[in-house]
Design a binder for this molecule. Structure first.
Ligand SMILES: Cc1cc2nc3c(=O)[nH]c(=O)nc-3n(C[C@H](O)[C@H](O)[C@H](O)COP(=O)(O)OP(=O)(O)OC[C@H]3O[C@@H](n4cnc5c(N)ncnc54)[C@H](O)[C@@H]3O)c2cc1C
Length: 84
């Protein structure tokens, strides 16, 4: 069993999965370690121990926001904190 994955599915800033031409595939999103949040994307080639949970949780929030938006709910997630 692998302990962690430093590769992952290529996504754009809305966590939409990209095809081989780097075009988003409609209706499919990826987040967390599956989308390279443990390294290669947010963390780059020099990912360190302990830097995976934050990007994984954050990208889940981004993917969920844009998936809901694509389904007709909400305005996506632009990264502005939702608090006063
Ligand atoms: C031993 C260990 C220690 C670690 N320590 C740290 C640390 O100190 N700091 C840090 O930042 N990172 C650490 N990591 C890495 C971090 O835990 C992962 O990168 C992170 O949890 C990935 O989050 P995720 O949501 O992408 O995936 P996961 O947390 O693996 O969540 C995926 C979920 O999908 C579920 N699932 C799978 N298949 C299906 C299916 N077919 N249908 C429905 N559900 C499914 C699984 O049950 C699981 O709940 C550690 C990892 C390990 C293994």
């Amino acid at each position: 069993m692998a302990r962690k994955n430093f590769g992952g599915i290529k996504t754009d800033i809305k966590c939409r999965i990209l095809d081989k031409h780097f075009e988003p595939i409609q209706g499919i999103f990826a987040a967390g370690e599956a989308a390279g949040m443990a390294g290669g994307h947010i963390n780059g080639a020099a990912a360190l121990e302990g830097t995976m949970l934050g990007p994984s949780i954050f990208s889940g929030r981004v993917a969920g926001g844009w998936a809901a938006s694509e389904a007709g709910y909400g305005d996506g997630f632009i990264g502005t904190p939702n608090r006063p």
